[in-house]
Write a protein that binds this ligand. Sequence first.
Ligand code: NAI
Length: 339
Amino acid sequence: MSHHVVLIPGDGIGPSIADSVRKIFAAAQVDIEWHEHVAGVAALTKGRDVMPEETLEAIEHHKLALKGPCSTPVGEGFRSVNVALRKRLNLYAAVRPVRSIPGVTTRYQDVDIIIIRENTEGLYSGVENEVIPGVVMSMKVATEEACKRIAHWAFRFATQRRRKKITAMHKANIMKLTDGLFIRCARTVHKTEYPNIEYDEMIIDAGCMKIVQDPTRFDILLLENLYGDVMSDLCAGLVGGLGVVPGANFGADTAVFEAVHGSAPDIVGKGIANPLALLMSGVMMLEHIGVQKDDAKLLGQAARIRAAYELSLADGKKTRDLGGDLGTDAFTDAVIERL
Ligand code: NAI
C-alpha cells in the first residue's frame, strides 16, 4: 500500500535537494506516492498565491508533507510562508534533532540534543504595527493554552523516547509575563504529570554560552518560537552546519517535515547544495509513518537509507559544506551506491 505524501520542493536550492531525496527514496524502493504542490516564490512565479489554498488542502487531506525551504523577503514584502503554514495547520511543535554524525568532524563529539520549539506564538504572531512614523511595535504573544500544549508535547516526547532531561530556556527575567507564563506552564506540567523526567531552566543568554562550551551536557531543549529558531541554527553549527540538521513540525494529526536551513540563495544553481538535511527529514518522516502504522518494512527502509548516508560520509563522500568535494548529484549517487 502506497503512502501518500505532499511534496513541496520550495525555492532556491529546494527543487534540487527535493529531487535528490526522491531519487534516493526511489532507489530504496520506498513505496511513496508524492503529490507535488507549490508554495512561496515558486507559487508566485506560476501566478498563484504565495501559499496556495490547494497546497494547504492537499496537506490537510494527506496529513503528511515533506517541504523544501521557502524564501521570505527581508524587511518588506509578503509574510513568511513557513510561519503561515505552521499557523494554518496548527503545527504547534517543531522538533529538531541535532546529533554528531560519523564522518563529519567538528569541535565536539557525541552531541545529541533535541530542540523542541513552540511554533505558533511569541514574536512570530505577526502582530506588528506603526504607532506613529518612526515608532514601530511588534507584539509578543503567549497563551496558557499554547504554553501548556507544547510543555505536554515535550514531556510526552521525552517519555516515549526515553530521554532524561528537559531544559527550558527563557528570558523571564525581562519578559516576566510572556516568558514567565512559558516556564510556569512547563513547571506545572513537569511537577503534576512527569516528575520522573529531570527538568531545569536557564536564562537563554547564559544557556547559549553553556551550550557552545559543552553541548554534551544537554538533552532536550524546550523553547518558545523565536528562541527555538535561533537556537536551532546555533546548535546546527555544533555538529557540522545547516546541511545536517533535519526537522519536523507536528500538529494534532498532521506533520510537515523540513530541514532547518533556508533556500540558500548564495549557492543556488551551483550544484553544490547538500541534500542531507532534507533527506534526514525524509527519514524522520518514514520513521514517523512506520511507527504510526506499525510498518516494519518502512522502518527497515528508513534504517537502510540512514546507514547509506552515514557510510557515504564515513567514506569521505560528502558535499563541500561538510569539507568534501561532491556536488548535489554526486553525493546523491554516492548514497544510492551504498544502499
Ligand atoms: P539559509 O539557511 O538559506 O543559508 C544560510 C547559509 O547556510 C548560507 O551560506 C547557505 O549557503 C548555507 N546553507 C544552507 N543550507 C545549505 C545546504 N543544504 N547545503 C549547503 N549550504 C547550505 O539561511 P538564510 O540565508 O538566512 O535564508 C535564505 C532564505 O531562506 C530566506 O528567504 C529565509 O526566509 C528562508 N528560510 C526558509 C526556511 C524554511 O523554509 N523553513 C528556514 C530558514 C530560512
